[in-house]
Design a protein around this ligand. Structure first.
Ligand SMILES: [Zn+2]
Length: 321
């Protein structure tokens, strides 16, 4: 019996854990396209497949670049208590105060989003089609990660409170169960963001404030479910994996007042608004006749390398979960 238990423990959440899950990152970028004005839609809509597919490149890059991991999270509680006034919102000031090593160790997602916004704005200004699509796809990833409460919390996989697996539960299992059938992605229009730093840090603080609820609700509901009700064994890609059950996930998302859906909708709005803001800040260049239509050989090689290393499957640096 003990052997059987160990076997299933090994299989527990054995799918590799990615931020928001690959599926949700693709969906967030996909839905963000429909919030854009027609002047942007003319480029983004025909390339919606690229923007969705490459939403996950930053996670793949964690397999070839050790510095990549820190761009996906911020262990904000390392720096004190809400509202974390001790953390300089500006990257250079934060660097001077805490050193590059410390920032790298505890995560840099709010600052990295601003760096990516700079890259996307430059790409728009230079009317470089491939750079616009690549930077937009990847920017969408980091913005979405910043909306996940457990990305803004040092107890990022419940490892400090015996809740291992909660990360993938919140950001992959719950959306995969409910997004297609129950969630509403009619969100309206992208808006111009006058102060990007304020906007990003507001999202970061929302995520930080929600992290306790994400963890405490799982604990609370667990008291009402026997282990055989809390988990279910399912076939996934030819393997038996232990998952949170649909009944548990339903109770959890209801108890959270649909937080996962709300954070996903907020992610979509933020991604579209950041794309739109970068375009406006670049002077609203016309996007209908852009140069650089196909991948160069070196760009093609970079994508191939990303996929190859990711398939080998050994992330460098801290795992995202
Ligand atoms: Zn990520």
């Amino acid at each position: 019996m003990k052997k059987i238990c160990c076997f299933f423990c090994l299989l527990l959440f054995s799918d590799r854990v990615f931020c928001w899950g690959f599926y949700m990152h693709e969906k967030i970028n996909y839905h963000a396209v429909f919030l854009l004005p027609p002047q942007m839609m003319i480029l983004f809509k025909p390339n919606i497949g690229f923007l969705s597919e490459h939403a996950v490149d930053p996670d793949k890059r964690r397999y070839i670049l050790a510095a990549e991991g820190a761009r996906h999270y911020l262990d904000i509680d390392h720096y004190g208590m809400y509202p974390f006034a001790a953390i300089p919102r500006d990257y250079k000031t934060a660097l001077r105060k805490f050193s590059a090593d410390t920032l790298q160790a505890y995560g840099i997602v709010p600052w990295w989003i601003q760096i990516m916004m700079g890259r996307l704005t430059k790409a728009f200004r230079e009317k470089d089609k491939e750079a616009i699509l690549k930077d937009a796809a990847e920017l969408g990833h980091y913005i979405a990660d910043a909306h996940v409460p457990l990305h803004i919390c040092s107890n990022h996989n419940g490892q400090l409170t015996h809740q291992q697996g909660i990360h993938a539960f919140w950001e992959s299992r719950v959306p995969e169960l409910f997004a297609e059938s129950d969630w509403d992605f009619f969100i309206g229009k992208a808006l111009y963001i006058p102060d990007l730093s304020d906007f990003i840090w507001a999202r970061i603080l929302e995520s930080a404030a929600a992290a306790d609820t994400v963890l405490s609700c799982e604990k609370e509901i667990s008291e009402h479910f026997r282990p055989d009700q809390k988990y279910a064994f399912e076939e996934r890609k030819g393997k038996t994996v232990k998952q949170y059950s649909t009944a548990f996930a339903t109770r959890y998302e209801t108890r959270l007042n649909h937080m996962v859906e709300r954070r996903m909708r907020a992610s979509i709005f933020a991604v579209a608004s950041c794309w739109y803001t970068a375009w406006v800040n670049a002077g609203q260049p016309p996007l209908d006749h852009l140069q650089h239509d196909s991948l160069t050989i070196s760009e093609q090689k970079e994508y191939e390398r990303l996929n190859l290393e990711w398939k080998k499957g050994i992330p460098l640096g801290r795992d995202c979960d």
